[in-house]
Design a protein around this ligand. Structure first.
Ligand code: KDG
Length: 310
């Protein structure tokens, strides 16, 4: 039996989140899409580990404490004496949230395939990676592909979240790399917004056709925001409704969806049940500021599901 349900690979970012639109007050928290996902999964009871690099600085130490407190294994986290932990700002406006980054040259962006040597990928059921993990540098991109190969060689499944961030790479490179990566994914989690940038079309069915024609072999869950999601398991497509809430800050909601979905799959849920659960978890994660603090625990998600079904 594998020691871990989910090992994620990517970059954690210290978060400074503007809590009042237009004002200069920022709440310090934690972000980084794959770190958010693995913490969300751990809060749903999954056995998790994180593969990354942090600086030998106050924020790197805060992250190590955070993961350890959340029960996320840190034996694959490297600490770099010469590079810093990445940082980002979240600002809120009429069109939702926007990110600004201070991350170039960060410890995580300097990862190489040698950063995988802790042997965790060989001991997990799922490896989870994202578009951001591949966008932060070319060596990180190589590391993701090396991790995917190692995961498959060891019999693990690969989960890929599109998480397209066009501040990090040009759209043509993003399209080419994400297309290559989605061909290796057992679970592909694209958002409609991301796919619209990559394909130029805004129709979910045509987008799923594009993904299948591009050679994606696994289960695809296309996230449609307030319109829910579509599960495509290669045989049929099932529309799943969204759960409506009064969102305060949607930062990290997609990561919560990914982590919760994988956690529930590891606990034996069928795809529809896992997506229903992940939708509820993601909706709850938007009720407070920050990517990590509002991530719900399993009891809260079950409570919410009970309310909405009853
Ligand atoms: O999904 C939320 C993340 O995007 C956020 O936490 C910051 O990882 C981040 C990024 O690179 O945008």
């Amino acid at each position: 039996m594998a020691d871990f349900d989910i090992v994620a690979l990517g970059e954690p970012l210290v978060e400074l989140n503007q809590t009042h639109e237009g004002q200069r007050q920022y709440l310090q928290g934690f972000g980084g899409d794959t770190s958010n996902a693995v913490i969300a999964a751990a809060r749903q009871g999954a056995r998790c580990a994180y593969l990354t690099r942090v600086g030998n600085d106050a924020f790197g130490k805060q992250f190590l404490d955070l993961w350890q407190n959340e029960g996320v294994d840190t034996s694959g986290v490297e600490v770099d004496d010469d590079a810093h932990t990445g940082l980002y700002f979240v600002q809120h406006g009429p069109d939702g949230h926007a990110f600004s980054y201070l991350r170039r040259g960060s410890a995580a962006s300097l990862m190489t395939p040698a950063s995988l040597d802790a042997g965790l990928i060989e001991r997990t059921r799922f490896l989870h990676v994202s578009g951001i993990s591949m966008a932060i540098s070319t060596t990180a991109c190589d590391t993701v592909f090396a991790a995917i190969e190692r995961a498959h060689a060891a019999g693990a499944q690969v989960s890929l979240d599109s998480n397209l961030r066009l501040r990090l790479w040009p759209v043509d490179r993003a399209r080419a790399i994400l297309r290559e990566a989605m061909r290796t994914a057992d679970v592909f989690l694209p958002s409609m917004d991301d796919m619209q940038h990559l394909t130029g079309n805004d129709d979910p069915e045509r987008t799923l056709d594009w993904i299948r024609d591009g050679g994606a072999p696994g289960v695809v869950v296309l996230k449609l925001g307030k319109d829910g999601s579509i599960i495509d398991d290669g045989r049929s497509r099932t529309a799943m409704p969204a759960l409506r809430v009064q969102a305060v800050d949607a930062t990290g909601a997609g990561d919560c969806f990914a982590g919760s979905l994988l956690a529930r799959r590891c606990q034996g849920d069928a795809w529809e049940d896992a997506v229903r659960y992940a939708n509820a978890a993601a909706a709850l994660s938007t009720l407070g500021y920050g990517a990590v603090d509002p991530l719900p625990r399993a009891e809260q998600v079950w409570e919410r599901l009970k309310e909405t079904s009853g």
